[in-house]
Design a binder for this molecule. Structure first.
Ligand SMILES: Cc1cc2nc3c(=O)[nH]c(=O)nc-3n(C[C@H](O)[C@H](O)[C@H](O)COP(=O)(O)OP(=O)(O)OC[C@H]3O[C@@H](n4cnc5c(N)ncnc54)[C@H](O)[C@@H]3O)c2cc1C
Length: 428
C-alpha cells in the first residue's frame, strides 16, 4: 500500500511522538491490541479518540481486512469484494501504531508479545480479538484441502468468499447448492440464514430451476420465523431447510464426489457444496492459555478481562459472552467497554459499569431487511440480557402488506447505515 507524503508524515510523527507525550500523563500506558478486525480495530480507534494518554499499538497479520458482514451480498452479486475490504492507513494516520505482522507467542509474565519476525513488543495491558479458527476434521473428511472444493467462506482471512461466488456462477441452472450449518456456538448466528437468502435471491434471478438444500446440525436458529416467512414468500420451491431431527446434521463429506453424508446415512450430492464447520477461538488465544475445555475464552463479564490470565482483555468471537451473539456489533461493543476498563485500571480507578449492545441485521431479499436487538449487563458469572430490552422485527402476518413492505425496506436501509457507520468507525 502506498502512503501519501502527508499520511506518511502523520503516521511517522504519531509513532514517534505520541508515546513520549502519552507516557508523561496520568493514566498513561502501552496498550497492545492483537487482531485488526471488528473487536481490535474498534478498540484501537476508541482508545486513540477517547484516551489520549494511551499509547496504542495494533498488530494485525494482514494488510487489509475483508469484512464477513456483507460477504453474503457479494455471493448474491450485489456487492464487490473490493467494497467490503479496508486498509489500516487511516488508523495509522490517527496515531495508532499499526504492525502488519503475525503474533506467534504471548508472554503474560514478562508482558511481551513475540512477532513472526522475532521482534518482541512490550505492553502494560494486552487486548486480544483474534477471531476464530475452523475445526478441521470435526466433520469427517472436511480439512483445508477439502475446503478448496467445498468452500466455507466463513472467515475471509482464511478463504475469500469469491471462491464460493465463482462456483455459484459456474453452477448450471437446475443445479443443487448444498449447505452444511454447524451447531451453536459459532460466528454470526443469523449468518447462515442470511446466506441461504442471498444465494436464493441469486438463484431466483439467474438460475431459477435450481435448488438450495440447507442441512442444519440444530433444530432452531436466530430469527427463524422471519427467515422462513421470507423464504416462503420470496423463494418458493427454491429453499429447503432441514433441522437435526429431520436428519440435517452432516457427519462426513466426500469432496471427490461432491457428496455430504448425514447422521442417518443419507448421501446428498451438490453442484456447489458450502460447508460451515464447527469453530473455536483462534490459535493465538489457545496458545496463550485463554481458552477452557470448550475451545472458547471465558472472560470476567464486568470487564472482559480474561478469567484465566490476568492482564489480558479478550474481545469478540473468541470469547464466551453468551447470551451476546458472536457478531461484529458485539465485538465492537466489547471493545469500547474493555478499553474504558483498561484506561480506568491504568489511572487507578474502578472499572466503569458495563452496558453492552448488539443488533444483528440480515438481508433477506431486495429491499428486505430484518433484525434482532439486545442489551446486556454483567451478572455474577456471565452476561445477562436486560429484561425487556431486546426486540425482533415483527412477522409478516402482524402487518398490512403496505406497512410490511415499508418496514422491510427501512430495515434494509438501516442495515446499510449500520455497515457504513461501523466500518467508518473502524477504518475511516
Ligand atoms: C457470512 C457472515 C456474515 C456476518 N454478518 C454480520 C453482520 O451482519 N453483523 C455483525 O455484527 N456480524 C456479522 N458477522 C460476524 C462478524 O464477522 C464477527 O462476529 C466479527 O468479525 C468478530 O470480530 P473479531 O474481532 O472477534 O474477529 P475478526 O473480525 O475475525 O478479527 C480477527 C482478526 O485477528 C487477526 N489475527 C488472528 N490471529 C492473529 C495473529 N496471531 N496475529 C495477528 N493477527 C491475528 C485476523 O487476521 C483478523 O483480522 C458475520 C460473519 C459471517 C461469517
Amino acid at each position: 500500500m502506498t502512503l501519501s507524503r502527508r499520511t506518511f508524515l502523520a503516521a511517522a510523527s504519531a509513532a514517534l511522538v505520541v508515546p513520549r507525550i502519552a507516557l508523561a500523563q496520568p493514566g498513561a500506558g502501552r496498550v497492545v491490541i492483537i487482531g485488526g478486525g471488528f473487536g481490535g480495530a474498534s478498540a484501537a480507534r476508541f482508545a486513540r479518540d477517547h484516551f489520549p494518554a494511551l499509547d496504542v499499538t495494533l498488530i494485525e497479520r494482514s494488510r487489509t481486512f475483508t469484512t464477513c458482514p456483507y460477504g453474503n451480498l457479494v455471493l448474491a452479486g450485489r456487492r464487490t469484494i473490493e467494497s467490503i475490504t479496508f486498509g489500516y492507513d487511516r488508523l495509522a494516520a490517527r496515531g495508532v501504531r499499526v504492525l502488519n505482522q503475525s503474533v506467534t507467542a504471548v508472554d503474560p509474565a514478562a508482558k511481551r508479545v513475540r512477532l513472526a519476525d522475532g521482534t518482541e513488543v512490550p505492553y502494560d495491558r494486552l487486548v486480544m480479538s483474534p477471531g476464530i479458527d475452523l475445526r478441521w476434521g470435526a466433520i469427517e473428511g472436511y480439512d483445508e484441502a477439502a475446503s478448496a472444493r467445498m468452500p466455507h467462506g466463513w472467515s475471509p482471512s482464511l478463504q475469500p468468499i469469491t471462491l464460493l461466488r465463482r462456483q455459484l456462477e459456474e453452477m448450471p441452472d437446475g443445479g443443487t447448492f448444498v449447505m452444511a450449518i454447524p451447531d451453536n456456538p459459532f460466528r454470526c448466528p443469523p449468518g447462515p440464514y442470511e446466506r441461504i437468502s442471498m444465494v436464493a435471491e441469486y438463484l431466483k434471478r439467474a438460475k431459477p430451476r435450481s435448488k438450495l438444500i440447507a442441512l442444519d446440525a440444530k433444530n432452531g436458529f436466530s430469527k427463524q420465523p422471519l427467515f422462513q416467512d421470507a423464504w416462503e414468500e420470496l423463494y418458493p420451491g427454491i429453499v429447503e431447510w432441514r433441522g437435526a431431527s429431520s436428519d440435517g446434521r452432516v457427519m462426513r463429506v466426500h469432496p471427490a464426489t461432491m457428496e455430504v453424508e448425514t447422521e442417518f446415512g443419507e448421501k446428498l450430492k451438490g453442484d456447489v457444496v458450502n460447508v460451515i464447520p464447527p469453530q473455536m477461538a483462534a490459535r493465538i488465544a489457545r496458545d496463550a492459555g485463554l481458552v477452557n475445555q470448550s475451545g472458547w475464552c471465558p472472560v470476567k463479564p464486568a470487564t472482559f478481562e480474561s478469567a484465566q490470565v490476568d492482564g489480558i482483555w479478550v474481545l469478540g468471537d473468541a470469547t464466551i459472552a453468551a447470551p451476546m451473539p458472536k457478531s461484529g456489533f458485539a465485538a465492537s461493543s466489547h471493545a469500547k467497554h474493555a478499553i474504558a476498563c483498561i484506561a480506568a485500571s491504568l489511572a487507578g480507578r474502578a472499572p466503569p459499569p458495563a452496558t453492552l449492545f448488539n443488533t444483528c441485521y440480515s438481508h433477506v431479499g431486495p429491499d428486505y431487511g430484518i433484525s434482532i436487538v439486545g442489551v446486556y449487563r454483567p451478572g455474577p458469572t456471565s452476561l445477562v440480557e436486560v429484561e425487556g430490552s431486546g426486540g425482533i422485527s415483527p412477522r409478516n402476518a402482524t402487518m398490512t402488506p403496505e406497512r410490511r413492505q415499508q418496514h422491510r425496506q427501512l430495515e434494509a436501509l438501516y442495515a446499510d447505515g449500520w455497515y457504513a457507520s461501523i466500518t467508518n468507525e473502524m477504518f475511516g
